[in-house]
Design a binder for this molecule. Structure first.
Ligand SMILES: Nc1ncnc2c1ncn2[C@@H]1O[C@H](COP(=O)(O)OP(=O)(O)OP(=O)(O)O)[C@@H](O)[C@H]1O
Ligand SMILES: [Mg+2]
Length: 590
């Protein structure tokens, strides 16, 4: 375990966490206060039972006073009726409030997750985000309600009981003061240990989940490379580490109650000895003594409940830390105010001296790129793998923020527009095809969910040369295509993605050709679909199959993040430079 992780949160950080959680309680404060009042009422009934012991014994047993004999049991019954009702109501009330608090926290997390920059997703494993939004929030929900109710109820009970024993015999009650710091020290020690262990546990759980997710998603790869044993062993190691961490938690946690019990028993034993050997003019009555002992026993039982909650509290706090970590992430920068005059741009794009690197430590993926694309022009972007083609295209819809240089659409810096406005202008069919585990129709409609109709979906599918195969699917447009479209072929997936771009009907179209090769028929169909989609739009085609772009008016060649050549196929071939090399290698491979 690294040193920094072994460091424990300062109490002030805990208070900040409580404070933040309380800010989520504020909208429901009246219900919360009502819940607290009911908890308080419940808590008071416990000392009342101890108090009743005295008249019960002194009045009914010793003096046999008929009034006491009649009223004590009646009061006892009333007391327990109040206790039962208060217990039920505070349970319902608090669960209601905390249910909403957790729901609001979850909504805040979802809001944040949706608005996170692409860069965050590049660096932070998706499984960890999912774990925080599902498991951690529920952990928070489960622990918060129990912790709040128990801490308040048991602390109030203990305070009430302490007041009573102080009234009964203050000298005796002072003996308790010896136990308090001892138990407090024990609890805080265990709390620190548990906190560290929980952090590690959740971290490990996240890694386990991420790995599980990969192994299930890539099960074909695992089979093809015969890595079943290897993966089984890796997963077993995760499971074993999780088991060990759980055991360590149990070891730390289970020491609390026996140790605290031992401390309190020693204190009770001292108290008994002390009270029986003391020589006083006004000794405790039998009832007083029994009542005192009953109060001690009740304190001990409440204390046990409080100690048990310590473990839960630490778990909840770790969950809260993880939840707020996500909520505290910066969202995408969206400071632009402008929107396009008539809702759509003409589609003139200009990169001016743009440089870009994914992280400070890596080398530039783009260097001083200047590129002008006229409105409604089609250009092809070519270059060897890793030359920066996808990077360049992802800057247009502002998936990443520019670091140097400017990018304008129709002469206006993209940062001056709102994000929503820019993204509305761009339809990007990316190199990896993203499809949802939903129907074909729903995946196409995703391009414009609000205004789409069955006819539009059909027309888009037709234009994308996808109608034929869709109609042959078992349920046509209603066929479920499986996770990431596993039930479709590569070319079919691409055409669905193109149909989705059709529906979006944006003035700028970017097609980042998938590198997986398609058969000639599929390629031909995809190309035709693209030609149809490109009419009247600014089109950027990132091409790997150079044969298909020979007819494109303009070809730009990227090499190591820089634009090195720009012209028609014929011009570039004549140059005998980068394009010529790419093309000859490509032709030889055919
Ligand atoms: N998300 C990312 N985080 C960090 N580095 C990245 C990321 N995406 C790409 N890179 C790096 O940026 C450089 C350019 O990558 P890019 O994806 O733009 O290449 P490309 O020209 O599209 O290649 P290909 O033809 O293989 O698709 C590469 O060196 C790559 O390692
Ligand atoms: Mg690429």
């Amino acid at each position: 375990m690294s040193k920094s992780r072994a460091k424990v949160a300062l109490p002030s950080r805990d208070f900040r966490l409580y404070g933040r959680l309380m800010s989520y309680v504020m909208p429901y404060k009246w219900y919360f206060i009502l819940g607290l009042a009911l908890v308080g009422l419940f808590a008071l009934t416990t000392p009342a039972v101890a108090v009743l012991m005295k008249p019960l014994l002194d009045g009914s047993f010793v003096e046999r006073d008929p009034r006491y004999i009649l009223w004590t049991p009646i009061i006892l019954v009333i007391l327990f009726a109040i206790r039962g009702i208060a217990s039920y109501l505070h349970g319902v009330c608090m669960s209601w409030v905390l249910g909403y608090v957790v729901y609001d926290v979850q909504l805040a997390m979802i809001d944040r997750m949706i608005a996170l920059p692409t860069r965050f997703y590049d660096e932070f494993p998706a499984a960890q985000i999912m774990q925080r939004i599902s498991a951690d929030v529920n952990e928070l929900a489960d622990t918060a309600s129990t912790v709040v109710i128990t801490v308040i109820r048991e602390s109030l009970t203990i305070i009430g009981l302490l007041v009573w024993i102080f009234i009964l015999d203050w000298i005796l009650s002072l003996t308790l003061l010896i136990a308090t710091p001892l138990i407090a020290m024990l609890v805080s020690f265990v709390a620190r240990r548990l906190r560290v262990l929980y952090r590690d546990f959740m971290q490990m759980g996240g890694q386990f989940l991420a790995h599980l997710q990969e192994v299930t998603a890539y099960h074909r790869l695992v089979k093809l490379y015969q890595k079943q044993d290897y993966e089984r062993e890796r997963l077993r190691r995760y499971a074993n580490r999780v088991r060990q961490l759980k055991l360590k938690q149990a070891v730390a946690n289970h020491v609390t109650i026996p140790a605290a019990e031992f401390i309190s028993t020693v204190v009770i034993a001292c108290t008994v000895y002390f009270s029986l050997t003391r020589d006083l003019t006004d000794p405790l009555t039998v009832g007083g003594f029994v009542s005192f002992m009953a109060a001690l026993a009740l304190i001990s039982s409440s204390l046990k409940k409080l100690l048990r909650i310590n473990e839960m509290l630490q778990r909840g706090l770790v969950a809260a830390e993880r939840v707020f970590f996500l909520i505290d992430q910066n969202t995408e920068v969206d400071e632009g105010q402008r929107s396009f005059a008539d809702g759509k741009v003409a589609g003139h794009i200009a990169f001016d001296n743009v440089s870009f690197m994914y992280s400070k430590s890596s080398k530039s993926s783009l260097e001083n790129v200047s590129l002008q694309i006229d409105a409604r022009q089609t250009i092809a972007l070519v270059g060897s793998s890793g030359s920066g083609k996808s990077t360049l295209t992802s800057l247009i819809p502002r998936l990443y923020e520019l670091q140097e240089g400017t990018l304008t659409i129709d002469g206006v810096d993209v940062r001056d527009y709102t994000l929503a406005q820019v993204r509305k202008q761009v339809a990007l069919v990316s190199q990896d095809i993203f499809l949802f585990d939903d129907t074909v129709a729903a995946n196409i409609a995703y391009g414009d969910i609000d205004n789409t109709t069955d006819e539009k979906i059909r027309a888009a599918a037709k234009a994308a040369y996808a109608l034929d195969f869709i109609e042959k699917l078992p349920d046509g447009f209603d066929t479920m295509i499986g996770e990431r479209g596993v039930r479709l072929s590569g070319g079919q997936k691409q055409r669905i993605a193109i149909a989705r771009a059709f529906i979006k009907d944006a003035p700028i179209l970017i097609f980042d050709e998938a590198t997986s090769s398609l058969d000639t028929t599929s390629e031909f169909q995809v190309r035709k679909a693209l030609d149809a989609l490109g009419v009247g739009r600014t089109v950027i085609i990132v091409a790997h199959r150079l044969s298909s772009i020979e007819k494109v008016d303009r070809i730009c060649v990227l090499h190591e993040g820089q634009i090195v050549e720009d012209g028609t196929h014929r011009e570039l071939m004549a140059l005998r430079g980068h394009y010529y090399k790419l093309y000859t290698v490509y032709s030889e491979e055919l």
